[in-house]
Design a protein. Structure first.
Length: 313
């Protein structure tokens, strides 16, 4: 297994609002909800959104994780935070996710979340840390099947219904051998991906926390869907595959993946490959300078993986 070098500065991809740049009324609101005066703010550099996301330290020594976005200047991200708050509020306590402590929704959407002492998985991926993350996804499948009624999730087939057509754009942008076959695979993704499990859809190293007490938590529950229990585990393996991990061995060993028909795996890979390659061709937003580079890398990793599995070279 040969690694595909990534030049993305993992853990330093976000351009976020700093504490001092929040309007004074928002800072006062946060301090009131946290019950302390903030004396230090550590902005979180991972991810690809510009919303405020910082670990705040109070004068009393307490620590708080707060996210915020303006409904006027950052409308898309405010909607995302609002949706995250709704989904977090519906998760049972047994789900491996940080707890939502409070939310304010006015001119700014502000979330107060449980602060945990934790680090993201290291890159390149290490097998032991990958196992911990896959274990967490198995726990998600166990405790979030069926989907809690309060989450009101769309089925994956409906939520991702437009994705197969992304291959039309990809084929118009570049010449890829077997692109027609990949498009046909993507078009048939729903058959193997439907299900009644909460599927996070955005599982990668910067959305995972390895805590100091041995837990593994999944963050950023913005856009989950109802789908098959194995989908998140396969999505997680994109990064490790690019880092040189033998993911086919992992698939053969993990209980959510080992019995999935190979054709279903290939269809999902084709689907997300088309999404990443098409998205990578979009203009680079000033608020997220690395997002297209990250999408391109993931698209190329998926394409290499898919062509190897299909024997296209």
């Amino acid at each position: 297994m040969v690694a595909t070098p990534s030049t993305i500065p993992h853990g330093r991809t976000a351009r976020r609002l700093e504490w001092k740049h929040l309007p004074a009324p928002v800072r006062r609101l946060v301090e009131e909800r946290c019950g302390t005066t903030v004396v230090q703010a550590q902005s979180q550099g991972a991810g690809f959104t510009p919303g405020f996301a910082s670990v705040l330290t109070g004068v009393d020594g307490s620590r708080h994780f707060v996210k915020a976005a303006s409904t006027a200047a950052q409308a898309m991200f405010a909607r995302s935070y609002r949706e995250e708050a709704r989904k977090l509020g519906a998760l049972p306590d047994s789900a491996p996710a940080p707890r939502l402590l409070w939310v304010e929704d006015a001119d700014w959407v502000v979330l107060g979340l449980e602060h945990v002492e934790a680090t993201a998985p290291r890159r390149p991926w290490r097998p032991r840390q990958l196992d911990r993350c896959l274990d967490a996804l198995e726990l998600v499948a166990d405790v979030l099947t069926p989907v809690p009624d309060e989450m009101e999730l769309e089925p994956i087939a409906a939520e991702l219904a437009t994705w197969p057509a992304f291959w039309d754009d990809v084929r118009g942008q570049e010449e890829l051998p077997h692109a027609d076959e990949a498009a046909a695979l993507a078009a048939a993704f729903a058959e193997g991906a439907i299900g009644d499990t909460v599927v996070h859809t955005d599982v990668r190293d910067d959305n995972l926390l390895l805590t100091s007490d041995g837990r593994t938590l999944l963050c950023d529950w913005n856009w989950p869907v109802a789908g098959a229990a194995w989908v998140d585990s396969l999505i997680l393996l994109i990064g490790p595959r690019g880092d040189g991990v033998d993911v086919e061995r992992v698939i053969a060993e993990r209980r959510l993946l080992r019995d999935v028909p190979a054709e279903h795996v290939d269809r999902l890979l084709a689907l997300v490959c088309g999404y990443f390659l098409r998205s990578a061709a979009e203009p680079v937003p000033s608020t997220s300078p690395y997002i297209r580079q990250a999408q391109r890398w993931q698209g190329e990793v998926c394409w290499d993986w898919l062509t190897e599995r299909r024997g296209w070279r």
